[in-house]
Design a protein around this ligand. Structure first.
Ligand SMILES: NC(=O)c1ccc[n+]([C@@H]2O[C@H](COP(=O)([O-])OP(=O)(O)OC[C@H]3O[C@@H](n4cnc5c(N)ncnc54)[C@H](OP(=O)(O)O)[C@@H]3O)[C@@H](O)[C@H]2O)c1
Length: 239
């Protein structure tokens, strides 16, 4: 399968690429930075993995740069909307420009990517699978994450409605809802803040990045052929 993935330069994105490559898939990866971690995968899986440097804060050129220049005439069987940026602050400090920038990266450009992914699937008659990465903060609430969580909540609504709109053609859309993971995004949290987050989980520990990536791969595969419009929590049982 050909899979388009955003946010492939580090963290969860690299892990998703790794699992999908191990399963024999071809990767079309997007991020701003061509990291050593990604280059390592390119070295180990020659010809199976492609990189496009693209800034998701600019959704105007999605068709030209991502679909015409990068994907070309290849059918896309799966799309993973993984890239995101977190604008953390309390609501009384809300800055509109920062909010708009986050929404461009987390919501608006992913919606434009979904538009052209759907068009590609229709053109090549592919019963494809779309997976968006949300966040447990949508469902639990955390102090300082209201703006970020709202962008993920928008994706959850978008996915549910994508599933309704395109299910008749066999196209599926699902959400993976991860709990707290150790990545660059969460690196500014103190040990005390992390402990407080772990205490809210049933398993009392950090969410496994591998478990999140394996769940994404499952939802992309035919094993999940009857699953659409769902939110799958991979969060150690957060309450
Ligand atoms: N870490 C957690 O605890 C946690 C918990 C729940 C959900 N999540 C979600 O899991 C997903 C992966 O997060 P992560 O923890 O792996 O974060 P990360 O380590 O910060 O990685 C984010 C990825 O998104 C890309 N990205 C960010 N801004 C971009 C832009 N403007 N244009 C293109 N690419 C951009 C980054 O690449 P470049 O910087 O190279 O562009 C990077 O590859 C995100 O959707 C996040 O919201 C994370």
């Amino acid at each position: 399968m050909n899979i388009l993935i955003t946010g492939v330069s580090r963290g969860v994105g690299i892990e998703i690429c790794t699992v999908l490559l191990e399963q024999g898939n071809n990767i079309y990866g997007i991020a701003r930075t061509h990291t050593d971690e990604f280059k390592n995968l390119e070295y180990n899986y020659k010809g199976k993995i492609h990189f496009k440097s693209f800034d998701l804060s600019d959704g105007d050129n999605v068709n030209e740069e991502v679909f015409k220049d990068f994907i070309g005439k290849n059918p896309i069987h799966g799309f993973v909307n993984n890239a995101a940026t977190a604008y953390d602050d309390i609501i009384s400090n809300l800055n509109l420009d920062r909010l708009k920038n986050m929404y461009n990266v987390n919501v608006f450009t992913p919606m434009m990517l979904t538009k052209y992914v759907l068009r590609n699937m229709l053109l090549y008659k592919v019963k494809g699978s779309i997976v968006h990465i949300s966040s447990i903060s949508v469902h639990t609430g955390y102090k300082g994450l209201a703006m970020y969580a709202s962008s993920k909540g928008a994706l959850e609504a978008f996915s549910k409605n994508t599933a309704r709109e395109w299910g008749q053609l066999g196209i599926r859309s699902n959400i993976v809802v991860p709990g707290f993971m150790e990545t660059a995004m969460s690196s500014t949290l103190s040990e005390e803040q992390k402990d407080r987050i772990y205490k809210r989980t049933s398993l009392k520990t950090v969410t496994s990045i591998r478990s999140v990536a394996e769940t994404v791969a499952f939802l992309l595969s035919d094993k999940a052929e009857s699953i659409t419009g769902q939110n799958i929590h991979v969060d150690n049982g957060t309450i």
